[in-house]
Ligand binder design. Structure first.
Ligand code: C2E
Ligand code: CA
Ligand code: CA
Ligand code: CA
Length: 279
């Protein structure tokens, strides 16, 4: 029995070592990803329900490693955040999104905001508003060219850097969207304190629509609350026509999801837009 315990312990530490090694390896790979041109931004349209027009585009980070293939942001963003690499990667995202926005505007393809995702770690570090300002300025882009998506918890952080950064971004005219709404804390006070632009209803609720009554009730309540506060409500993860139909009945402002388009490289999205498509 003593032996067995020893083995189990050894097995446990080996398992832990393996996980730590994998993490260290991923971090090392990620450290080089940007300079080796392994990172890309893919884009997913956001569609206004009333007009069927594309009113925004969300940029989603993609990493293609030569040996490991595609590695999902769900896997590498947490590693980037914990290792501090998110600062550099996030700056690359901001620059790339601005390049794309400038290119689309220049050719008259799309004038809508490109929404980028921001991590808490990016806002905790100092200087993010200046980085964004410079990125816009260098390409002569107005603040409306970018939109910033952040999860709820960021809006009531105690960290003074975060509070200052949010206030500064808003005063510079950047639109802020609350991502994954309904999955964070229930402290809603920040919604009246901060001039936000929109609320993204988390896809975990949308997936249950219209079959699950609870998900429908929650979705309806979020839409009403957002609109009552003068914010736009957008549903993410819309995959089926039944979901779209209910969201239409509930008066949701915007939708985003595989039903319209998965995230795709800029050229593929452009081709889709050129086709016209019945969004
Ligand atoms: P998110 O911001 O909530 O992004 C939505 C996720 O849902 C994306 O996953 C998107 O590809 C996926 N999605 C879109 N439509 C549908 C649909 O109809 N059905 C389903 N099942 N999924 C859909 P993705 O691209 O794997 O990104 C995962 C998360 O990684 C993002 O969640 C975001 O939190 C983070 N992330 C992605 N890019 C960046 C980035 O540039 N910076 C930072 N800090 N985080 C990022
Ligand atoms: Ca997002
Ligand atoms: Ca989301
Ligand atoms: Ca998310």
């Amino acid at each position: 029995a003593k032996d067995e315990g020893g083995n189990r312990y050894r097995f446990f530490t080996e398992e832990m070592n393996r996980e730590v090694r994998q993490r260290v390896e991923l971090e090392a790979m990620l450290r080089n990803a940007e300079q080796r041109n392994e990172l890309e931004l893919w884009y997913q349209p956001q569609v206004a329900l009333s007009t069927g027009q594309v009113v925004g585009v969300e940029a989603l980070l993609r990493w293609h490693h030569p040996d490991r293939g595609w590695i999902s942001p769900g896997e590498f963003i947490p590693v980037a955040e914990e290792s501090g690499l998110i600062g550099a990667i996030g700056e690359w995202v901001i620059g790339r999104a601005c390049d794309q926005a400038a290119e689309w505007r220049g050719r008259g393809v799309l004038q809508v905001p490109v929404a980028i995702n921001l991590s808490a770690a990016q806002l905790r570090g100092t200087g993010l508003p200046a980085v964004i300002q410079r990125a816009l300025g260098r390409r002569s882009l107005p603040a409306e060219a970018l939109q910033l998506e952040m999860t709820e918890s960021l809006f009531f952080e105690d960290d003074v850097n975060v509070r200052t950064a949010i206030a500064e971004l808003q005063s510079r005219g950047l639109q802020l969207a609350v991502d994954d709404f309904g999955t964070g804390y229930s402290n809603l006070g920040y919604l009246k304190r901060l001039p936000l632009a929109k609320i993204k209803i988390d896809q975990s609720f949308i997936h249950g629509v219209p079959e699950e009554p609870e998900d429908c009730v929650i979705t309806r309540a979020i839409i009403h609350m957002a609109q009552g506060l003068g914010l736009r409500a957008i549903a993410e993860g819309v995959e089926r026509p039944e979901q779209l139909e209910l969201l239409r009945q509930l008066g949701c402002d915007e939708v985003q999801g595989y039903l319209f388009s998965p995230p795709a490289p800029a050229a593929a999205l452009e081709a889709r837009l050129a086709e016209g498509g019945d969004w």
